[in-house]
Design a protein around this ligand. Structure first.
Ligand code: GDD
Ligand code: MN
Length: 369
């Protein structure tokens, strides 16, 4: 088909009068430099500034730019999904209007999909990626959102990125439940895909206009994560549920380790008559061995052929020791410095140490599981 498009670029907008004309032009330049026949879909949520007339005028002059003005169900993710539905190409790309995502990288996303990937994610958190000019608080919020998303999608370093491309089949017919800001999580969680590649990019904070991130965004995000987890548990298929199965198994193994630890501490102290700190050291080490064996033969059984047994054991041992240090330091910091009740502080310590233990072992000890 001579008149078909290779690529549909979706630009969600809400009050972007300072940026929209320039970003459309920059995207058009990326098309012409790389020979991509692309269309641009601006999906606007009823901006009150001049965004709509500006895009309307451009769209009036060329078929390659279209404007969709929404009036219901306001939201970034919803707008993107509406753009997916209206797009005509088989490869779809999403990019912010405010130049946070460099439009000159668009051809690389396009090529990645054309070369076989189902999803291409622009990553701020891989080698070569970065974030410029973000205040520390915003970085921390983003990092914790990312850390959570990474438990769900270990193959993706930046699962909350707003800059990504997908093959149409991934999203068409997928039961997406868009809400909030993190549309990519939704696509990863409910879309049909096998392969994902990441492309590093440097996120630049907007120079014009204001971010629309609100406090409710965090709540939205947590609800979205819960929705994806629920979805994958009820379907019991796909990547997320396979990952969660591992998390749950890892947790159960951890519980068995606590039993081994307590049982040995008691037996060695009361029956064998050892000094309780000596018993504790032995009990901790043997519970680490216990956990290693169960995780190796059960939780991560699909990765057994990776590295030698001993190599995996030492890796697990090192991660566990670091986990212990994390647990103790948090307990101390929260209880002694921040004045949190020590049992509550310990719970927080256990939780973070668990996240560390799981993530570190998942990525080092049993990588490829
Ligand atoms: N249609 C529509 N509706 N567009 C919106 C809405 C909305 O409710 N809210 C924001 N947008 C548009 C903006 O006009 C901009 O083009 C883009 O979506 C991103 O909005 P920003 O307000 O600039 O987002 P940000 O810079 O705080 O967040 C960025 O980083 C996140 C990851 O930390 C975005 O790239 C997000 O997509 C990304 O998830
Ligand atoms: Mn932005």
């Amino acid at each position: 088909m001579a008149d078909a498009y290779d690529l549909s670029v979706i630009v969600p907008t809400f009050n972007e009068e300072e940026n929209i004309a320039a970003i459309i032009e920059a995207i058009g330049e990326a098309f012409s430099k790389s020979g991509i026949r692309g269309e641009i879909l601006v999906v606007d949520d009823g901006s009150s500034d001049r965004t709509i007339p500006i895009v309307g005028e451009i769209a009036g002059k060329t078929d390659d730019v279209r404007l969709i003005v929404r009036s219901e169900d306001h939201g970034l993710s919803q707008s993107v999904v509406e753009g997916f539905g209206a797009a005509s190409a088989d490869i779809l790309l999403v990019i912010d209007a405010d130049f946070s995502h460099p439009p000159e990288l668009i051809p690389r996303f396009y090529e990645a999909i054309r070369d076989g990937a189902d999803i291409a994610v622009g990553s701020r958190y891989m080698e070569g990626g970065d974030i410029e000019d973000w205040p520390l608080a915003r970085r921390l919020i983003s990092l914790s959102a990312t850390a959570f998303g990474r438990i769900l999608f270990p193959a993706v370093t930046d699962p909350v990125s707003g800059f990504f491309a997908v093959r149409r089949e991934v999203v068409s017919g997928a039961p997406l439940a868009p809400r909030g800001y993190k549309i990519l999580m939704e696509v990863l969680g409910r879309g049909r895909w096998r392969s994902v590649v990441e492309i590093p990019f440097v996120f630049r904070d907007r120079e014009e206009g204001a971010s629309k991130l609100r406090a409710g965004t965090v709540i939205d995000y947590l609800r979205q994560c819960a929705g994806i987890v629920r979805f994958s548990i009820t379907r019991r298929s796909g990547r997320v549920s396979r990952e969660w199965e591992k998390v749950v198994r890892f947790g159960l193994v951890g519980l068995s380790g606590i039993l081994v630890n307590m049982g040995l501490l008691y037996a060695l102290t009361e029956i064998a008559g050892l000094y309780y700190l000596v018993s504790a050291a032995i009990a901790i080490e043997l519970s680490i061995v216990n956990n290693f064996v169960w995780n190796d033969v059960w939780t991560f059984k699909s990765a057994k052929n990776l590295g030698g047994n001993l190599q995996r054991f030492w890796s697990f041992q090192a991660v566990s020791m670091a986990g212990l240090v994390i647990n103790m330091s948090l307990l101390y910091l929260l209880a002694d410095v921040a004045g949190v009740y020590y049992l509550v502080a310990n719970l927080a310590g256990i939780f973070i140490a668990f996240a560390w233990n799981y993530a570190a072992n998942r990525h080092y000890t049993w990588r490829g599981a």
